[in-house]
Design a protein around this ligand. Structure first.
Ligand code: SF4
Ligand code: SF4
Length: 128
C-alpha cells in the first residue's frame, strides 16, 4: 500500500526517457561530438594518430600527398587529438554522428605543405 502513490504517479506521468532517435535533445554547447579535420590546414605530422587512445586515426604520406583516416565509430570523443594538434586543424562538433551499423572509414587527402626554403638571410649593417 505504501508504494501506491509512486505507482500511480509513474502510471500517469511522462516517461523519464526520450524516444531516441525520433526525438533528439538539444546538444550542450561544449559537448564533445563528431571529430572534424580542416584537411587543408593539416600538416600530416601524425601527432593525433600517436596520441589517440582508441587508435582510430592513421596518417600516411608520400612525396607530395598526405592521407588522414578516421575510423569514425571507434572514436570515443575524448578530444585528446584536438588538444595535441600543433596547427589546430582538428575540432569537435557538439553533435554526434547519426547511428550506423557498419564500420565507417573517413579518408581525407591533401597536398603536403611546402617546406620552407633553406636560403640564408643576408644581413646588412645600417649605414652610419
Ligand atoms: S595532429 Fe593535426 S596536423 Fe598533425 S596529422 Fe593530426 S590533424 Fe594533421
Ligand atoms: S577524439 Fe579521442 S578517440 Fe576520437 S580520434 Fe581524437 S583522440 Fe581518438
Amino acid at each position: 500500500m505504501k508504494m501506491l502513490p509512486t505507482v500511480l504517479a509513474n502510471l500517469f506521468s511522462k516517461p523519464a526517457t526520450r524516444d531516441y532517435p525520433s526525438y533528439v535533445r538539444e546538444p550542450f554547447p561544449h559537448a564533445r561530438g563528431e571529430l572534424v579535420n580542416d584537411i587543408d590546414r593539416c600538416i600530416f605530422c601524425g601527432t593525433c594518430s600517436r596520441k589517440c587512445p582508441s587508435q582510430c586515426i592513421t596518417v600516411s604520406r608520400d612525396s607530395s600527398t598526405g592521407t588522414w583516416n578516421l575510423e569514425a565509430y571507434a572514436c570515443i570523443g575524448c578530444g585528446i587529438c584536438v588538444m595535441s594538434c600543433p596547427v589546430s586543424c582538428l575540432s569537435q562538433k557538439n553533435t554526434h554522428r547519426p547511428v550506423g551499423t557498419t564500420k565507417t572509414m573517413i579518408t581525407l587527402t591533401a597536398k603536403l605543405p611546402e617546406k620552407p626554403s633553406k636560403k640564408t638571410e643576408k644581413r646588412t649593417e645600417p649605414a652610419q
